[in-house]
Ligand binder design. Structure first.
Ligand code: SN0
Length: 314
């Protein structure tokens, strides 16, 4: 594996899960792999878990890390090719990316969807420039359309908590005050489709995800019905894909509450975090023993470490 941007970059998913669980029980066994190697983490957007867990993963493997918050600490970056750079962006990605590549062995990059131009976002304009110009392996730390390190951690977490071989997993839309990208739900569906779990997606009309990610996954527009007998509830807000980037609903009837959880099979509650309390999920659910959001966040270390280990070995 050279770059990691989606589940399709993994040669073997069950092997990757096994490797992640082994690293979790023996995190420091491969420090020789990262000796004298450097990872640079580039953030175009905010981060807490991704920043810390990816650095921790790299350090567990003996690597050094450097972090740059573009647009805050660095020069503002132009990403359009062929433009006259007479505005407020002094540096072009076309130079910045290969320069960063000369300073390190792996680049991690976070570049969210801008939610203005569907075409720009869904062709992964920024991530692909990194892949084209970095000269070193590139790891997505959430791009415009996918968040693969998150989905991998989600899968590891379900594997640890499941009590039957093929649990019922429900991805539910939930309300939020801001327009958010589709990256987390797209990716979650993409990874779940590689398993033998029963996957159901529930959301209000108008929030249909890109068919490229959904394939033949079952959509149940009635959230209560979707929750029946579920073993895992994965909540997430996203903005509309068809009405691109629009907020069509802030209906708090979709907030995950104890009443909704009552029809599940004692389901565990999951969210990638950060989570808006009493918008996405009520305090009672998030503070209950059903919530495994912190376990999920912990597993971000081992999803990242598995990927970095594979790249270093490659
Ligand atoms: C991001 C998203 O893609 O939805 C990152 C999730 C890992 N989430 C947010 O930007 C939340 C921001 C907010 O205002 O709640």
């Amino acid at each position: 594996m050279r770059h990691f941007t989606s589940v399709y970059d993994l040669p073997n998913l069950p092997e990757a899960i096994k490797s992640a669980l082994e690293l979790k029980s023996n995190p420091y066994g491969f420090q020789h792999l990262g000796k004298n190697k450097t990872m640079v983490l580039i953030f175009f957007n905010s981060s807490l878990r991704t920043r810390l867990s990816t650095q921790k993963a790299a350090m567990n493997l003996g690597m050094n890390t450097m972090v740059l918050n573009v647009n805050q600490d660095g020069w503002r970056m132009e990403s359009e090719l062929g433009v006259v750079m007479d505005g407020d962006k002094p540096e072009h990605l076309r130079e910045a990316i290969p320069v960063i590549g000369r300073y390190c062995d792996i680049i991690g990059v976070r570049a969210f969807a801008n939610l203005e131009d569907k075409q720009d976002d869904y062709t992964e304009k920024i991530l692909n420039q990194f892949i084209d110009f970095a000269g070193v392996p590139v790891v997505s730390m959430e791009a415009a359309t996918r968040h693969p390190l998150q989905s991998f951690a989600d899968l590891i977490t379900i594997e640890e908590h499941k009590t039957k071989p093929s649990p019922k997993v429900v991805l539910t839309w939930a309300p939020h005050p801001k327009a958010l990208p589709q990256a987390v739900p797209n990716s979650f569906v993409e990874w779940m489709r590689q398993t033998n779990y029963e996957l159901v997606v529930t959301h209000p009309k108008g929030y249909e995800l890109d068919p490229q990610f959904m394939g033949d996954v079952n959509v149940e527009y009635d959230q209560d019905k979707a929750f029946e007998g579920a073993d895992f509830i994965y909540a997430k807000n996203w903005s509309s894909y068809t009405d691109y980037g629009e907020i069509l609903s802030k209906d708090r009837a979709w907030t995950v509450t104890p009443q909704k959880m009552a029809v599940t099979n004692n389901a565990k509650f999951m969210h990638c975090l950060p989570v808006r309390r009493n918008m996405i999920v009520s305090d009672e659910v998030l503070d209950s023993s059903a919530s495994i959001v912190v376990d999920e966040a912990e597993n971000r270390v081992y999803s990242a470490q598995t990927i970095l280990k594979m790249i270093l070995e490659g």
